[in-house]
Design a protein around this ligand. Structure first.
Ligand code: GAR
Length: 191
């Protein structure tokens, strides 16, 4: 049976595009929908270029989640992937999609997680604190920021000379390599 994924992204969407490309030739898994909360997010241009349906749901829609759920159900979405999505997922969606929503965070959680810790802010803090490693965490979503059961963590070295941009590059490379693989592994195990 085909599994339909929705990717949620608030910004650039390079992970969303990478995931969509990874599954392009897959007959069982389809990136059916890209959802953003920002109408000027670059991910929407990527979606258009990739020929993937996209929808913008403003911040107000994410408190009750009813409109979000309606869109997910209209599109027969089975699995939800957060890729740089910065709003909290409403309880209604969490209850409707138990163990079917995952997130990627650009650090080794629990380090550098929580509200306000996203994207470049994470890499800046890692460098400011002279960390010698950073990495990625892929985890299920449980309603709190950057918590929930960890599925996979992969680390990379941070050198004393690394700038936040360099660390971001290393972390993005890990994200591109591992996030689609983890999604595929989870969906393969489910019927
Ligand atoms: C990614 O590095 C992702 O791990 C991070 O935002 C970036 C989005 O990049 N997510 C978080 O910080 C979530 N707390 P992208 O829009 O180019 O995929």
């Amino acid at each position: 049976m085909i599994k339909n994924i929705a990717v949620l992204a608030s910004g650039s969407g390079s992970n969303a595009e990478n995931i969509a490309c990874y599954f392009e030739a897959n007959e069982q898994v389809k990136v059916k929908l890209i959802i953003s909360n920002k109408e000027n997010a670059y991910v929407l241009e990527r979606a258009q270029r990739l020929g993937i349906n996209s929808v913008v749901l403003p911040k107000s829609a994410w408190s009750s989640g009813e409109d979000v759920l309606a869109i997910l159900q209209e599109n027969e979405i089975d699995f939800i992937v957060l890729a740089g999505f910065l709003l909290r997922i409403p309880d209604l969606i969490l209850h409707t999609y138990p163990n079917k929503i995952i997130n990627i965070h650009p650090s080794l959680l629990p380090k550098y997680g929580g509200k306000g810790m996203y994207g470049d802010k994470v890499h800046e803090a890692v460098v400011a604190n002279k960390e010698t490693t950073s990495g990625i965490t892929i985890h299920y979503i449980d309603g709190k920021y950057d918590e929930g059961q960890i599925i996979k963590q992969v680390s990379c070295a941070v050198l004393p000379t690394d700038t936040p941009e360099v660390v971001a590059g290393k972390v993005h490379a890990l994200e591109y390599k591992y996030y689609p693989q983890v999604i595929e592994e989870i969906l393969e195990k489910r019927d």
